[in-house]
Design a protein around this ligand. Structure first.
Ligand code: GDP
Length: 195
């Protein structure tokens, strides 16, 4: 599935621009700067597939990538960018809501959480939206290389506890570092089994 056959298909700003839901897909969501581009690049083995941007929140598009010509990997726009204008945030929320509630072929959403920060209120909003849309989601902790074991254990406990009130949450967390490669094979395996 990840043997170098991942390609960018299109960036979508409105529902009518979505590719037809004719194949199984997974999506990635996360706060701006959580390491989403780096993780998508690491998982797909493509160095600059998802733009690694130092301007958080720059991309307001839903980006579709084809996996092995037979599936989609979907990169949702980063959220929680403090300086984003209200109108932009509202437009983004509408698009996201429409995508999550209307995409029959979406198998799982991976919600990225920075291992140093745990789940923040802005993440809770997305988790609530996923729940109300009945989209199964799984939390992926990012940048685990930045933490000592004890700190990481603390985040895992906090996140696991927070997930208990979310029926749509898949309980198992994936601990990753795009920098060091931790958890990348595991995440690939999970995606391969889903699609
Ligand atoms: P995005 O905004 O969510 O797409 O985040 P990026 O992928 O652009 O990453 C944001 C910043 O975090 C960049 O400076 C990355 O180099 C850094 N980063 C991303 N993943 C990791 C990781 O696994 N470990 C470390 N130490 N830094 C990371």
């Amino acid at each position: 599935l990840f043997a170098g056959e991942t390609d960018f298909l299109k960036g979508v700003v409105a529902m009518d621009g979505m590719p037809p839901a004719d194949r199984i897909e997974v999506c990635f969501a996360g706060r701006s700067n959580v390491g989403k581009s780096s993780l998508i690049n690491a998982v797909t083995g493509r160095k600059a597939l998802a733009r690694t941007s130092n301007t958080p929140g720059r991309t307001q598009e839903i980006n579709f990538f084809t996996l092995a010509d037979s599936h989609y990997l979907v990169d949702l726009p980063g959220y929680g960018f403090a300086e984003a204008p209200v109108a932009v945030v509202q437009k983004w929320q509408r698009l996201l809501k429409a995508y999550l509630s209307g995409r029959q072929t979406l198998r799982r959403a991976f919600v990225l959480i920075d291992a140093r920060h745990g789940i923040k209120p802005v993440d809770e909003e997305i988790l609530n939206l996923l729940n109300s849309s009945a989209v199964t989601f799984q939390v992926v902790l990012t940048k685990v290389d930045k933490l000592k074991k004890g700190q990481l254990d603390k985040t895992v406990a906090q996140v696991s506890a927070a997930l208990q009130k979310h029926p749509a949450a898949f309980p198992e967390l994936v601990l990753t570092s795009s920098e060091k490669g931790d958890g990348i094979p595991t995440l690939r395996q999970i995606i391969a089994e889903l699609v």
